[in-house]
Design a protein around this ligand. Structure first.
Ligand code: UD1
Ligand code: CA
Length: 463
């Protein structure tokens, strides 16, 4: 199938330097979503029509499977499709999509193209919806039998009676390509907006005896377009709600399905609970019995069964879904913990409030419960990291690793100057600076003196 995606429009009402089709819905550029859907159609030959800020749009999608056509100036939707014609394979049908209509489902497009048929029985198939308030949209005018479609009339060209029609054109259609080529060549701009309307191909199909048929999407949001930030926000909420409903149907407990945001793919096992205000980005997997939130951010992470992520945690596996953060079973993270890229936490690990863990591994049952920085570290199992402990991993030029063996007990307010190794079973006293290797099973302290003076008076403020 040839798939033309129209993305030349200006998007003036977005009031943004970013081209309209690059604005994200649920974390992904609108045009990117349309391209991804198109790629899932069998043998899709994708042509994107760009114009306004076209270079910026094109640069955002460097993949080599895309064809690009430039429309300059923008003289209407028919004129836009005309620019893509040189890229068409005439032996296939052509689907028209829009870069600012981001959420059309694959099932819907398959249904539409099934209806369009192929070969000598091919029809022009149009996706329509019925709206309570159809203003602004092209109206679907049926023939006297109420069945066959006679024309699509733009609001600005419609009679008062036609404006009463509530069935409207979504713009999405499938056409036999050879016929489409001939219809586009016959379009005129003899209308209220002096544009070449794609919708005029309906009348030309009728003249040629090609049947014009219509299909409807299951959900109205599938064909909702975005012209301004209000529509963008409304569509974002509707899409988030549909994702939340899918999670509920799969048995996930959501404290409030209107207060969870999924900007990517969230997979959940049984008995997962998610409290309000949590945000999931990239690829996140929560195994059976995991609980999250409130107000937690998780990106690219895999959290194993029974783990609790308490309020206000930031678990960010970075931008690469291939290297997620992994957290074992029955761990407790937070409240107020920050877990950064490259981190792997074992079963039963506890990471408490105001603890930052970066590019580190912690073995089974190890704990850092309060106010610590653990960076570039390999920590064994059964280790206790006391409050205020810092791995000093950066010497101003390079990062170095800290290695801590099993069953080490680190007191409060310890500095570990990397690179450094602490042998298994050792104990580090409170307030110690560790800069040399610690042999296994030893106690390390920095000798200090406690002085008590009785000749000293605390200053008092003068009245
Ligand atoms: C169009 C349809 C209308 C339909 C409505 C649905 C026509 C003539 N009218 O109207 O029947 O109800 O969409 O939203 O097709 N574009 C280009 N180049 C152009 C003009 C438009 O790329 O020269 C792109 C725009 O970026 C946009 C889309 O085509 O993504 C639709 O254009 P727009 O001007 O919004 O069409 P409408 O007048 O809303
Ligand atoms: Ca529009």
């Amino acid at each position: 199938m040839n798939v033309v995606i129209l993305a030349a429009g200006m998007g003036k009402r977005m009031h943004s330097r970013l081209p309209k089709v690059l604005h994200p819905i649920a974390g992904r550029a609108m045009l990117g979503r349309v391209i991804e859907t198109a790629r899932r159609l069998r043998d899709a030959r994708i042509i994107v029509v760009i114009g306004h800020r076209g270079d910026q749009v094109r640069a955002a999608f460097p993949a080599s499977d895309l064809h690009w056509a430039v429309q300059e100036p923008q003289s209407g939707t028919g004129h836009a499709v005309l620019q893509a014609l040189p890229h068409f394979d005439d032996s296939d049908r052509t689907l028209v999509l829009y870069g600012d209509v981001p959420l059309t489902r694959l099932e819907t497009l398959r249904r539409l193209s099934g209806l369009a048929g192929e070969g000598s029985s091919a029809a022009l198939a149009i996706l329509t919806i019925t709206m309570d308030d159809p203003s602004g949209y092209g109206r679907i005018v049926r023939k006297d039998d109420g069945c066959a479609i006679a024309a699509i009339v733009e609001e600005k060209d419609a009679t008062a009676a036609q404006r009463e029609i509530r069935e409207v054109n979504t713009g999405i259609l499938v056409a036999p390509t050879v016929s489409l080529r001939s219809w586009l060549g016959r379009l005129t701009d003899d209308n209220a907006q002096r544009e070449y309307y794609l919708t005029d191909i309906v009348g030309l199909a009728d003249d040629d005896g090609v049947p014009v048929v219509a299909a409807q999407p299951d959900f109205a949001w599938e064909t909702a377009g975005v012209n301004d930030k209000r529509q963008l926000a409304a569509l974002e909420r509707r899409f988030q709600r549909s994702q939340a409903d899918a999670l509920l149907s799969a048995g996930v407990t959501l404290a409030d399905p209107d207060r969870v945001d999924i900007r990517g793919d969230l997979a959940c096992g049984d008995d997962v609970g998610i409290d309000v205000g949590s945000i999931f980005e990239g690829t996140v997997r929560l195994d059976d019995g995991v609980t999250v939130g409130p107000n937690v951010f998780i990106r690219n992470a895999h959290i194993a069964a029974g783990t609790r992520v308490e309020a206000f945690c930031h678990i960010d596996g970075g931008s690469d879904a291939a290297t997620p953060i992994t957290i074992g079973r029955d761990a407790v993270i937070g409240p107020y913990a920050r877990v950064r890229p490259g981190t792997r936490l074992g079963d039963g690990v506890h990471i408490g409030n105001f603890v930052e863990v970066k590019n580190s591994e912690l073995g089974t049952g190890s704990k850092a419960n309060h106010l610590s920085y653990v960076g570039d570290s390999t920590v064994g199992s059964g280790v206790n990291i006391g409050a205020g402990t810092i791995t000093c991993n950066y010497d101003g030029a390079a990062k170095h690793r800290t290695t801590i063996g099993d069953d080490v007990h680190i007191g409060s307010d310890v500095q570990l100057i990397a690179p450094v190794t602490v042998g298994a079973g050792s104990t580090i006293g409170a307030g110690t600076t560790v800069w040399k290797e610690v042999p296994p099973g030893s106690l390390v302290v920095n000798p200090k003196q406690q002085v008590a003076r009785d000749d000293w008076k605390r200053p008092v403020r003068k009245k």
